[in-house]
Write a protein that binds this ligand. Structure first.
Ligand code: ASP
Length: 299
């Protein structure tokens, strides 16, 4: 089986370090066509703006041949073709890389088991989003250099967030004190907490956190909102008053899309420590590093 990236634990600490070195190098100087002629197919079964554009740009900047398939183009979605048969077809055309987003947790893994090529998980259900985790960790590294000993609060609908899952996996492995903050209905339990701390009260963490990662409420993943919007906003929205309680160097991140008025208000978008645009910018280069690593190996 060829190398795929389904979740962050597919990478060793050393490999993550290597990917970050490559990301930094690519940001300083655009690389040559490291994927010259490599056929990449992006299969997005779920809506995406950032991740879709970011993977496309990463592939194009590396010189790959890029094909984008929307759900309506995919015969496995409508014509009853199995995943296994779809990937046999794509491999026969010389496709080497599949980037896949799917609402079902585990779908990219199934593809990877059947495909004679590399699969990159661009988000599967509430399970994982490893390239988002890499760009989040890269952004934190840029800011703080050494992550060990930092406190990072992941705030909001942690339970339904694949970003929270993958990012906390990476951060805990790097010695970060991760605090999951939200109402009980949005917090994981049992082994899913994976070494993080749980805190219901956002106001209790504001003065201690080095970084806040805000999350969107993933309404597409549950039937009824377990609390009212007003209740959520009162306890968890980051606003001017809460921003003023942060330490001077604290940064605020968000994987996007963010919902103004819910998890944040407009004052966050003007806050000096708001790092959303840095995250998005790093995302393209991190994905270039991942694609080059999977196809060409470590240089
Ligand atoms: N863009 C992220 C994801 O695909 C986060 C979100 O949708 O809220 O998981």
């Amino acid at each position: 089986m060829r190398r795929s990236l389904i979740d962050l634990d597919d990478l060793s600490a050393h490999e993550i370090e290597y990917l970050f070195e490559r990301t930094t190098a690519f940001e300083r100087k655009a690389p040559s066509r490291l994927l010259d002629g490599v056929a990449c197919v992006n299969m997005f079964f779920e809506q995406s703006t950032r991740t879709y554009t970011s993977f496309n740009l990463a592939e194009l900047r590396l010189g790959a041949q890029v094909v984008n398939l929307a759900p309506k183009d995919l015969s496995l979605a409508t014509k009853g073709e199995t995943v296994e048969d779809t990937v046999i077809t794509l491999a026969a055309m010389g496709v080497q890389v599949l980037v896949v987003r799917h609402p079902e947790a585990g779908f990219p893994k199934r593809l990877a088991m059947a495909f004679d090529g590399h699969v990159v998980n661009a988000g599967d259900g509430a399970h994982a989003h490893p390239t988002q985790a890499l760009l989040d960790i890269f952004t934190l590294r840029e800011e703080f250099n050494e992550l060990r000993g930092l406190t990072v609060a992941i705030v909001g609908d942690v339970l339904h967030s694949r970003v929270a899952h993958s990012t906390m996996l990476g951060l805990i492995g790097l010695g970060v004190d991760v605090v999951l903050v939200g109402p009980e209905c949005f917090l994981p339990t049992g082994h899913a907490i994976a070494g993080a701390r749980i805190e219901r009260d956002l106001d209790a963490v504001l003065e201690h956190a080095h970084a806040l990662i805000l999350l969107r409420i993933q309404r597409e993943r549950f039937e009824t909102m377990p609390l009212t919007d007003a209740e959520y906003v009162a306890s968890y929205r980051l606003d001017h008053a809460r921003l003023s309680r942060l330490r001077p160097q604290t940064i605020v991140m968000h994987p996007g899309p963010y919902n103004r008025g819910m998890e944040l208000d407009d004052s966050v978008l003007e806050f000096a420590g708001w790092r959303y645009a840095r995250q998005v910018m790093h995302g393209v280069y991190v994905r270039m590093a991942v694609l080059d690593f999977l196809v060409n190996g470590q240089r």
